[in-house]
Design a protein around this ligand. Sequence first.
Ligand code: PMP
Length: 459
Amino acid sequence: MEKIKDLKSELSELDKKHFLHPTSSIKMQQESGPAYIFVKGRGIYLEEISGETFIDGMSSLWNVNIGHGREELGRVANEQMNTMAFSSAFSTYSHEPAIRLAKKLSELTPGDLNVCFFTSGGSESNDSAIKMARHYWKLKGKPERKKILSRKLAYHGVSMGATSATGIPEFHEMTSSLAPDFVYAPSPNARSWSEIEDVDLTCIDETIKIIEKEGPETIAAFIMEPIQGAGGMIIPPNGYLKAMREICDKYGILLIADEIITGFGRTGKMFGVEHWDVTPDMMTVAKGITSGYIPLGAVIFSDRIHQELIELSTGTLFHGFTYSGHPTACMVGLKNIEIIENENLVQNTEQRGIELSKGLTKLEEKHWSVGGIRNKGLLGAFELYQDCTSKKRFDPSLGVAKRVVDECLKRKLIVRPITYEGTDTIAIAPPLISTKEEIEQIVSIFSDAVSVVESQLNG
Ligand code: PMP
């Protein structure tokens, strides 16, 4: 035990000196060092260096879809590295892992999304989609179509284009300038089952107004997450996605679906857009494509766009990453998809989602502060309100969502608070292999955690 303590404090000191953490408080890291140093993962569990085991209720960063510790993935990575660690896919070079994965993705994705460009993650995928949309219009002789329409509270990543497409002010404020030609429409902002079922789609009218004000002939593409994740776990009202597809068609705007969280079974369908029967012109994926075992992302294009690119392009496509189609990542992706299919994880997620929504309903009934419950498959959330009926929020200085998350952590459940625009949202996204019992355990921990915080607030 002493040895482990020594190791943790040694690592903690090194962490503070040498490791700048992503999306973290630099000051807090210096004051307290890392609170948790994880050493092992199995199923839906992560083990901390002290030996304590936690439920990974967020699938880490909404990515470990098939759960931790699947040795098959390690085996295929090892085999591929030993066979051919790397080979370029630039120009006329190619290799079987990328070809096979591209073919597999074309089978999995809806409609005529059949042509794949590989990246190493979500931000790269979105930047690529944005550039490709502008490239497409330029080839078509319409370079003035360059604006990217995004939404408030959207999260699309942190590279320059992806940050600019992101609609969360905090991500814009950290830097002095953004990429040009991004405009923002309102997001549906539905935060409960009843709002999702509501057909009042005022945000669509506002979006149309923005398109008309900007000039439809200046807009290259509309980018949207089918379900907004990091911005507040917002499931759009029924009818929203279909309406946005129709609006894009009417104005000739390309539709990019960011399926980086919602892809690969997370919502109880293989891709989020399938819930609303919508096919985008481009789909961006990452995270669940390898369940986080190795970095990989992709942009999947429709045949129509691809065909036009073939007809119109005259020279080199000056866009490609060294790791566009890394052979090992592609092999891991293929094995990960095989596991999702062979183990019926999409169907499992649909079933677990039904159980999760029952559990959240009970949570809402039992606790005066819990409202705004919602989920699709294993992507869900609830809100904490000072008064659920009037939807009065807590004073942000009380840090209610953070306190609930801390109580969950004490009970060995990792979940995530989202507090943009004064909200107190708790997001939940456990691995797709979760069992009925594990979902019940998660809801039971939520209930205990909320009880503690409610009694503090009452007291
Ligand atoms: N889009 C969405 C919807 C995301 O949730 C994320 C990551 N959380 C990204 C894009 C960016 O992906 P990455 O962090 O792999 O660059």
